[in-house]
Structures are given as structure tokens and as C-alpha cells.
Ligand binder design. Structure first.
Ligand code: MG
Length: 338
């Protein structure tokens, strides 16, 4: 198999702020995997927070090249090896997993979701994210997001209640969820969750920093709102440790190493009675299409990373009022607009 890659510049529609910082643009890597005249595509979205960069992703791809062999159908062995060798570069492992799945679908002439035996009609609608801003701007963003049926509101500031008030002034009835991105101190978290409940929030994501599962357990046992974790749950091994501490986990395929690793996490979560949320970073619809292949298995979806872009370099993934529409084309179903 031949791997090649290039950096892709993405421009956001407007600056995007969470508890840890602000982004106005973003670079990702488009990965191409070619064998027998068929090319599978994937996108790597490396994350500083997990010790990854575009440079480390490119070094990882170069190191992977000689390990891939000649048979993309050999998924299990290839990905086992990559996960074992590059466990700190899972966003890059995920991109190769996406490209392998795209290749298999293209080679067999079927969409990846079909190869996985899934029914896109079972996927729940996605939320649309409202990043941190001054309340006036929040009102404007919520008004612009009128056609998105569910909002995910980023909190973790000194003015969280003012943000929710602004959301509710514009969208008094809309389904809303909150993501604190680890921005609350353990002693303030329960009060903040009670405050969220007063504004009709559906669930709270990552209230406190990762590594504090006992606080999560205490918050869950207070039974005010369901507790979901993201930063606390990176790979499959984290799921069992969270048993009894949370109501659900936010699985991001670039955190865990791709579709195959994500399936393992989904099964683990379901066995333990946890809800499954599928989430994303910011990337093009090539990346989101890969994540969305598993959307029929999710209870909650937050796959809006491509909707935050000013222009999307790929086409093929539809969107209508919260519904991601997976293509019937083979593989991930997306192609470059260029
Ligand atoms: Mg999150």
C-alpha cells in the first residue's frame, strides 16, 4: 500500500472558543492510501491536547508506510500493529483506519456503513455547537443556528449563567446540551449542573478535569442531570474504569484510533449500560463522513465540525436540519471539490 498526504487549510466561519482557547483557522492532513489502482481517503485531525501535531502526524505516516503490507482487507492485523506502535498518535492511526475503510468500500462498490451492517435511518440528529462568546454574540449565533434542532453550548467560564440566559432568550424551547470542557472546579460543579437543569439542559459533558472519576460518580449520584465524559474517556481501556461514574461517553474516533477502535468502545459502553455519544473535532466533511459511518449506533450525536467551516473542501455528506445524510456512494462517500 502506498501512503501519501498533504496539509489542508480550513477557515472557520467565525472564531470558535472553548474553555481551553480560541481557533480561527485549522490545518488537517488529508491521507491517501492506494493499492491495486484504488485510493482510499482519510483525514487526520491531530490535537495538541493529546500531544499530537501536524509534524508528529507526518512523521507517523512516514513510519507507518513500510508496515502496511499489500492487503487492505487485512484490517485487524494492520490496525493492531499501528495501535501498538503509535498509541500516542491515535489521530493519525484513525486517518489510516478511515482510508482503509474508504478503500474497502470503493473496492467492493458499497458504502462503508453498509459494509458495517448499519442502517443510516437509525442515526439520531446531531447537535450544533455554540462556542464561548459574550452574551450579545451568543444571541446572534443562536439566532443564526435557528434551523439546527439541537444546540451544544460550550461553558466553563465566569459567566456561564449569562450564556444560558442568552441562549434561552432566543431559543426558549430548543433542546440544549452543555459541554464544560473540564472547566469547572469539583466544588462548584454540582451547583453549575443544578443551574443548567434550571435552563432545561439535557445533559452535561465533561464537568470537571479528567482523572477525577470519584467527583464524576458523586455528580452522577446527585441525579440532577446525566453526566457524559469526553476528555476522561479517550480509548477503550477507559470505559470500564468509568463504570458507575458516568451516564454516557463521548467517543471521538480520532481520540481512540478509528472506526474499528470506536466500535470496540461502543460495544464496551453498551455492555455497561452507558449511553453513546459520537463527537468530533473541527475538520472537513471527509473527516466527519468517516465518523458518521457509525452514527446509527449513537444515542447522541455531535458531528458538526464541518458545519463550522467557511468552506468545505469535500462534498458528498448531506445535512438537513440536524440530519447528516450519508451518501450511497462507495466507501465514505465523499470526494474533493477541487
Ligand atoms: Mg467535549
Amino acid at each position: 500500500m502506498q501512503l501519501s498526504w498533504h496539509r489542508q487549510d480550513l477557515r472557520l466561519h467565525r472564531p470558535f472558543t472553548i474553555a481551553r482557547g480560541t481557533a480561527v483557522k485549522k490545518q488537517t492532513l488529508v491521507v491517501e492510501l492506494t493499492q491495486d489502482g484504488v485510493t482510499g481517503l482519510g483525514e487526520a485531525v491531530p490535537t495538541n491536547y493529546y500531544g499530537q501535531s501536524l509534524d508528529s502526524a507526518e512523521r507517523t505516516l512516514a513510519a507507518m508506510q513500510p508496515l502496511l503490507g499489500e492487503d487492505p482487507f487485512n484490517l485487524q492485523s494492520i490496525l493492531e500493529l499501528l495501535l501498538q506502535r503509535f498509541g500516542d498518535q491515535l489521530a493519525t492511526v484513525a486517518a489510516v483506519d478511515f482510508a482503509l475503510h474508504d478503500w474497502l468500500g470503493k473496492r467492493l462498490g458499497v458504502p462503508t456503513w453498509r459494509l458495517l451492517g448499519l442502517d443510516p435511518a437509525k442515526a439520531p440528529p446531531t447537535s450544533f455547537t455554540i462556542g464561548i462568546d459574550k452574551p450579545e454574540l451568543i444571541e446572534q449565533k443562536v439566532a443564526e443556528a435557528a434551523w439546527h434542532p439541537i444546540l451544544k453550548v460550550k461553558l466553563g467560564t465566569e459567566f456561564d449563567e449569562a450564556i444560558l440566559q442568552a441562549v434561552r432568550r432566543i431559543a426558549p424551547e430548543k433542546r440544549i446540551r452543555v459541554d464544560a470542557n473540564a472547566g469547572w472546579k469539583p466544588q462548584q460543579a454540582l451547583d453549575n449542573i443544578r443551574m443548567c437543569a434550571r435552563y432545561g439542559v439535557e445533559y452535561v459533558e465533561q464537568p470537571v478535569p479528567p482523572g477525577d472519576n470519584e467527583t464524576l460518580r458523586r455528580l452522577r449520584e446527585a441525579r440532577v442531570l446525566p453526566i457524559v465524559v469526553d476528555e476522561s474517556c479517550v480509548v477503550a481501556g477507559d470505559v470500564a474504569r468509568l463504570n458507575g461514574c458516568v451516564d454516557g461517553i463521548n467517543i471521538k474516533l480520532d481520540k481512540c484510533g478509528g472506526i474499528r477502535a470506536g466500535l470496540q468502545m461502543i460495544h464496551a459502553a453498551k455492555i455497561l449500560g452507558m449511553k453513546v455519544m459520537l463527537g468530533c473535532m473541527i475538520g472537513s466533511s471527509l473527516y466527519i463522513a468517516a465518523l458518521a459511518q457509525l452514527s446509527p449506533l449513537a444515542d447522541w450525536l455531535d458531528l458538526d465540525g464541518h458545519l463550522l467551516l467557511a468552506e468545505d473542501p469535500f462534498e458528498g455528506l448531506g445535512y438537513q436540519a440536524g440530519r447528516l445524510i450519508l451518501s450511497d456512494r462507495p466507501g465514505l462517500g465523499v470526494a474533493s471539490r477541487a
